[in-house]
Ligand binder design. Structure first.
Ligand SMILES: Cc1cc2nc3c(=O)[nH]c(=O)nc-3n(C[C@H](O)[C@H](O)[C@H](O)COP(=O)(O)OP(=O)(O)OC[C@H]3O[C@@H](n4cnc5c(N)ncnc54)[C@H](O)[C@@H]3O)c2cc1C
Length: 361
């Protein structure tokens, strides 16, 4: 199996790729796995519980609903939970595996260390420059890493952490790429006139910043809202902290310096201000981290350094839920690296000698 070459069509963000140029399991892995006689996969299934053993510190399988709504128990010698950070945490809480985090007492671990990313952006409008957003790809973007964590003395500017600055050309999607100046009506002839004037004459500068974990920021099971099976949904308790807003303010100043050099006709800003609160109603980042973190101490982590659950040695949990903080860069590369790391230790150590790969200290 191999990826198709990218033809820079400019429409790939938020869409599947008709050219098979995006690395997904569907493109790169599944058809190869399907050729193996010992491989099965089941679609349209929903796992609702990981089932603990009654006799020892292991799990014995999962409960799931199949596509017809039948509830099925699937026995397993090894369970790898890889259902995105939020779902990983929810499934562990529903399954009562690991002690839930209690922010009042500062005890427990599942749901602890949840963190996010803080973003800011500026839209720049030019009269003369043509950006051709319909000929691009994410890889044509540029990043300035000079303000990332550990690259400069952030404390002297009143915060810890850091942020990268980026610009990407496009995407050139028919609706998502349309930008109009403030005050433009959202329909009608004036809207059409402004679209015609601005399509291809606009670029975005953005920042994506680190986010520390805090004692009062966490995930737990919602006391009110439930899914159709009657199971509690996940609740996220979250707000920006002073550190995040100071960092964003600092980064906005850096972006303004670039804007001044680029001399757009005008620009608009979408930057969080001191006193702003987290607002989940608009898209800002899908890079959620933490909640089931890796570590060397079972009192402060859910997993050991091999992503093995401290309390059930045949349960491994993959994903950005293992990150103790969000250190600003997009998570998926590190998620993949940790997955390879864990898989290597499962193959080379665990399968030969099933049991905890680290002592509880
Ligand atoms: C719009 C968008 C843009 C993004 N852009 C970037 C980016 O530019 N860079 C970057 O690094 N990351 C980006 N991300 C984040 C990236 O998608 C994730 O980090 C990555 O997909 C996480 O991989 P994962 O395997 O942990 O989870 P996923 O890829 O989410 O896979 C989890 C799978 O588990 C399944 N699942 C969940 N719950 C259950 C259940 N109960 N039963 C059965 N199956 C279940 C889901 O259906 C899914 O197939 C973006 C995400 C979004 C949504």
């Amino acid at each position: 199996m191999q990826l198709g070459p990218c033809n820079f069509c400019g429409f790939c963000s938020n869409y599947g790729c008709l050219n098979y140029s995006k690395a997904t399991p569907q493109t790169c892995t599944l058809d190869a796995l399907k050729q193996r006689s010992n491989f099965h996969y089941r679609t349209r299934c929903e796992v609702t519980r990981i089932v603990k053993s009654d006799t020892d510190d292991t799990v014995k399988g999962v409960l799931y609903y199949d596509a017809e709504g039948n509830e099925i128990f699937q026995p397993a010698g090894l369970v790898i939970l890889a259902s995105f950070p939020l779902s990983n945490v929810r499934l562990m809480l529903l399954s009562e595996i690991g002690q839930p985090y209690d922010p009042e007492q500062n005890t427990g671990v599942v749901g602890r260390n949840f963190s996010y990313q803080i973003t800011g952006s500026m839209d720049l409008y030019f009269k003369e420059h043509q950006f051709n957003p319909f000929i691009s790809a994410g890889g044509s973007g540029q990043v300035i890493d000079d303000f990332s964590p550990d690259t400069f003395d952030t404390a002297s500017h009143g915060f810890i952490g850091g942020s990268y600055i980026y610009t990407t050309q496009g995407p050139g999607g028919a609706i998502g790429a349309l930008r109009t100046p403030p005050g433009t009506p959202s329909w009608g002839s004036e809207w059409k006139k402004q679209i015609k004037a601005h399509y291809g004459h606009h670029m975005v500068l953005g920042t994506t910043g680190s986010n520390m974990s805090y004692r009062d920021v966490y995930l737990d099971l919602d006391p009110t809202y439930q899914d159709p099976h009657g199971d509690p949904l996940l609740r996220m308790t979250y707000d920006w902290k002073e550190n995040d807003l100071r960092m964003t303010e600092f980064m906005a100043e850096r972006m303004r310096e670039i804007v001044t050099e680029l001399k757009p006709e005008y620009h608009t800003e979408s930057v969080k201000q001191r006193g702003d609160h987290f607002d989940p109603s608009s898209y800002q980042s899908t890079h959620l981290t933490g909640g089931a973190v890796m570590g060397t101490d079972p009192n402060t982590s859910v997993l050991n350094r091999y992503l093995q659950h401290w309390d059930a040695h045949n349960l491994f949990v993959m994903g950005a839920s293992a990150f103790p903080q969000n250190m600003q860069h997009n998570p998926t590369g590190t998620v993949a690296a940790l997955t390879y790391w864990s898989a290597k230790h499962i193959r080379e150590q665990y399968l030969a000698n099933p049991g905890p790969l680290m002592s509880r200290g």
